[in-house]
Each structure stands twice: as structure tokens, then as C-alpha cells.
Design a protein around this ligand. Structure first.
Ligand code: SF4
Ligand code: SF4
Length: 352
């Protein structure tokens, strides 16, 4: 069999010896201080993960510096998490405090564990992708700077998982976050018929539309978009450069809240939209950071101990949340929107 150089090496080749020895035999973990997880095996062996937030887009020099620290304190073992944290894996307890001192001296932020805000899992944004309605790393930086006091402490009612997806395709899995920041386009794609005729596979373009809004236009050797059916997702632009959708004036951010993937206490849930549009105000997105801080502070002030954002809102009722947050409540914001024009929702729990 040919050995190819595609893809990462098998993860088992990169496990620290302590993890290999205790594989499948870890008993419990605890959080001795914010940003530090202590994993204890059945044998009594202990491994510390020291979590450091990063802005995700980092330089090669930064990665080299981090590797030098890992060589010195962790026998070279560290990992990057899906939330763009670095976790230094320390098997020698005597090196834990010296590592924490080194990280502090280097200006690296340790946190994101337990009842804190985690680093925001996010997508590509303006740097890499072609369909974003907002930036990713820029918005995340602004929001995390604003919430930093909740990253390196554990004083929240429960953990706070945030996500950002820069378009509705949500490759950042933002749809089950306590607070999700989602880039939204608000205008349909602008068809460039010339480009379509030159090289777009029309059946694939038609098939790319999740709402069936695109149909062939054989007379023009192009396509037609039914704008009433279009939900501005940008999927067609992924299929063809002829379907440009970005629009500096109308693109922006929607805020969704109340999702979670955990089934602790209550079932997993999807996030629901509470703010349909905030403008793209790079580089610091003040409207977005302010809106998120307000929701977070409301949750801190009113949630019960251990209650995630969605659990708190479900307990008090979504209608009460909108009143408390001073957010306009529209017929498009609650999940069963088909019937919502008359009743806002069909549920018996409606409290207005
Ligand atoms: Fe691209 Fe959308 Fe993913 Fe953002 S969420 S990186 S725009 S596919
Ligand atoms: Fe269809 Fe989305 Fe393109 Fe609109 S933006 S035409 S919904 S694929």
C-alpha cells in the first residue's frame, strides 16, 4: 500500500507517555485554578492541562515560541483545541507553577475552564472564505477583549460557550452555542450571466440552493433566482463566482442565544435568534460587543447557580427575556415562525 503524506499522522503517535499509559483509565478531573485542569488516572497518575487563549490567526514565530515553552516545561507536549486554545500538557507537577509564571511573563492568557467564557470557536471570516457576511477573528477579538474578565476567572453562573459563524452555512457550529454570533447577508445574489455562460455547471448551481430558489434559464444559457425564496445563504456563490452576494451596506451580524450541546440537567438545544441585525463596524464592532455584554450581564444577575444561558431563558420565558434585555420582539424571532404572525408562537407557555 502506498504511504501518502496527506492528512495528519495518527493521533496515537503523538500522545504523551502518561496519556498512553493511562489510556481509557482516567478517573476524574478537577480545576485547581482557572485555566488549569488536573486529570487523575486510576493509577493515581496526574496530568495537568494548562489552557491558553489565542486569537487563532497566529504567526509562525508565535507557534515556534510556544513550542519552545512546551519543550522546556512539558517535554514538548501541547495541543491546539477546536476553540483555538493551546493546552500545555504537564506531567511533572514541579513544572506547573514555573510554567504558569513563564506564561504570565510572556503575556499569554490562561483561562477558559469551568464557569468561565471559553475562547470563541469561529470560522474563517474575511481572511480566508469567499462568502462571509462579517469577519470572524476581528469580531472575536473585540468580543473577547470586552469579556476578558470572565475568561481568566470562574465567576459566571455556569460555563459560557460562544461561537461565531460568518455566514448562515455556519461551518463554525455556532447553532448550539450559549451565545452565537452569525454573519447575515440581507440581499440576494447578483447574477453575472457572462460568468455563468463561460464556465458554471448549471445543474450543480441549481442543486446548490437549499430552498430551490434557482432555476435554469435555457434561453439565456444562465439561471434565474426567485428572490422570494432566497434566504441569502450564499451557498450558490460557493458553487459559482457568478453569484456574488456580499454587500457592504446590508451585510452584518445576528445574535442567537440559548443553545448547548451538553445534556446535563436539560436536553441539548439550538440557539434562537434574539437580535436580527447589527452593522459591521470594523475594527472593534462596538454594537456587537455591547449587545453581548448586556446579555451576559443580565444572565449573571438573574440566573440560578449552574444555569446555562438557555436554561435561564427557558425558565423565565423568552418573552420575559426580551423585555428584560430591552430587545424588540418580532414575529421572526421565535422558532415556529410560520404561525407566529398571529400568535408569536403556538406554545401554551406564551406569557405576554
Ligand atoms: Fe465561509 Fe460561511 Fe464558513 Fe464563514 S461560516 S467560513 S462564510 S462557509
Ligand atoms: Fe439559494 Fe442561498 Fe443562493 Fe439564495 S443565496 S439563491 S437561498 S443558494
Amino acid at each position: 500500500m502506498a504511504i501518502l503524506d496527506q492528512g495528519p499522522p495518527h493521533y496515537k503517535k503523538m500522545l504523551p507517555p502518561i496519556v498512553e499509559e493511562n489510556y481509557g483509565k482516567w478517573k476524574y478531573h478537577e480545576i485547581p485554578r482557572p485555566g488549569v485542569l488536573k486529570h487523575v488516572g486510576e493509577s493515581g497518575a496526574a496530568l495537568y492541562s494548562v489552557r491558553v487563549g489565542t486569537p487563532r490567526l497566529v504567526s509562525i514565530d508565535f507557534i515556534r515560541d510556544v513550542c519552545v515553552i512546551a519543550d522546556e516545561y512539558c517535554d514538548g507536549y501541547l495541543r491546539w483545541t477546536t476553540r483555538n486554545n493551546i493546552e500545555f500538557l504537564v506531567s511533572d507537577e514541579a513544572k506547573l507553577n514555573p510554567l504558569l509564571e513563564k506564561l504570565e511573563a510572556e503575556g499569554l492568557s490562561v483561562g477558559g475552564t469551568g464557569r468561565s467564557v471559553s475562547n470563541i470557536v469561529h470560522t474563517q471570516g474575511w481572511v480566508h472564505c469567499h462568502t462571509p457576511a462579517t469577519d470572524a477573528s476581528g469580531v472575536v477579538k473585540a468580543v473577547m477583549d470586552d469579556l476578558y474578565e470572565y475568561f481568566n476567572t470562574m465567576k459566571l453562573p455556569a460555563k459560557l460557550k460562544m461561537g461565531l459563524a460568518c455566514c448562515l452555512n455556519m461551518c463554525g457550529a455556532a447553532h448550539c452555542s450559549d451565545i452565537a454570533i452569525v454573519g447575515v447577508h440581507r440581499t440576494p445574489p447578483r447574477i453575472n450571466h457572462e460568468v455563468i455562460r463561460k464556465g458554471t455547471e448549471i445543474p450543480s448551481l441549481v442543486a446548490s440552493c437549499p430552498t430551490g430558489a434557482i432555476r435554469p434559464d435555457p434561453k439565456n444559457k444562465s439561471v434565474i433566482v426567485n428572490e422570494d425564496k432566497c434566504m441569502y445563504c450564499g451557498n450558490c456563490y460557493t458553487m459559482s463566482p457568478a453569484m456574488e452576494i456580499y454587500d457592504p451596506k446590508n451585510d452584518g451580524i445576528a445574535i442567537l442565544i440559548g443553545g448547548k450541546t451538553s445534556n446535563a440537567r436539560t436536553s441539548p438545544s439550538f440557539s434562537r435568534m434574539v437580535i436580527p441585525f447589527l452593522p459591521n463596524t470594523a475594527p472593534r464592532w462596538p454594537e456587537t460587543t455591547e449587545a453581548i455584554r448586556k446579555i451576559v450581564e443580565l444572565w449573571i444577575a438573574n440566573a440560578n447557580d449552574g444555569e446555562r444561558v438557555g436554561e435561564w431563558v427557558e425558565r423565565i420565558g423568552w418573552e420575559r427575556f426580551f423585555t428584560m434585555a430591552e430587545l424588540p420582539f418580532s414575529d421572526m424571532l421565535i422558532d415556529d415562525y410560520i404561525f407566529s404572525r398571529e400568535t408569536f408562537r403556538t406554545s401554551a407557555q406564551f406569557k405576554y
